[in-house]
Ligand binder design. Structure first.
Ligand SMILES: CC(C)(COP(=O)(O)OP(=O)(O)OC[C@H]1O[C@@H](n2cnc3c(N)ncnc32)[C@H](O)[C@@H]1OP(=O)(O)O)[C@@H](O)C(=O)NCCC(=O)NCCS
Length: 166
């Protein structure tokens, strides 16, 4: 069974392995630890299956916006809906916390991630030329407007995510 849960410090080694397998310029262990331990605006979720972390997603809350920092699924677990589940959980959490919009950057070459984001209601709003330092690739800036939470949805989601670092 797939569980979506708040990321814990104990998850960082597994997260790092996925990060290194997924990105040309992976975040360091220290970067993840400081997000979890020192950044009160950070929200990180993991996807766990049979005890193992197989994906994660993160966001910073900035005023009424959520800025998605990263999303990755273990290469062996891709194309099974895990990325979608993680992103849906993050969107629901953002709605429950009263955020109005979500944004992210994605490489122009990353059509897989772009398809996923578009299917969840994100659309391209601009471009950051040369945004990625490893190869000077451009980033697409994507945004999604969020609905306001119903009282029931907000209460349930907020209650079930206490301790998510948000
Ligand atoms: C992007 C990523 C997180 C998607 O995770 P995933 O668990 O494989 O995605 P899902 O199985 O939930 O697929 C969701 C949607 O993404 C798109 N998608 C996923 N894999 C795809 C592929 N190989 N080709 C085209 N579209 C694809 C599809 O729209 C898919 O929906 P569908 O299955 O209904 O067609 C994963 O490929 C990954 O970790 N990539 C490397 C890191 C990365 O690029 N992160 C995003 C940085 S902005």
């Amino acid at each position: 069974m797939l569980l979506i849960e708040p990321m814990q410090v104990e998850d960082v080694e597994e997260v790092l392995a996925i990060e290194r397998a997924s990105f040309a310029a992976p975040w360091s262990r220290l970067a993840f630890l400081s997000e979890l331990l020192e950044n009160e605006r950070a929200v990180y979720l993991v996807a766990r299956e049979e005890g193992a972390v197989i994906g994660y997603v993160g966001m910073w809350r900035i005023l009424d916006e959520g800025h998605i920092t990263n999303l990755a699924v273990h290469p062996d677990a891709r194309r099974r809906g895990v990325g979608r589940r993680l992103l849906e959980a993050l969107c629901n959490l953002a709605i429950a916390r009263g955020l109005r919009r979500l944004t992210l950057e994605v490489r122009v070459s990353n059509s897989v991630a772009q398809h996923l984001y578009e299917s969840l209601g994100f659309s391209v709003a601009g471009i950051r030329p040369g945004y990625y330092q490893d190869n000077q690739e451009d980033a697409l800036i994507m945004w999604r407007d969020l609905p306001t939470p119903g009282p029931r949805a907000g209460h349930e989601a907020a209650g079930s995510w206490e301790g998510a670092g948000a």
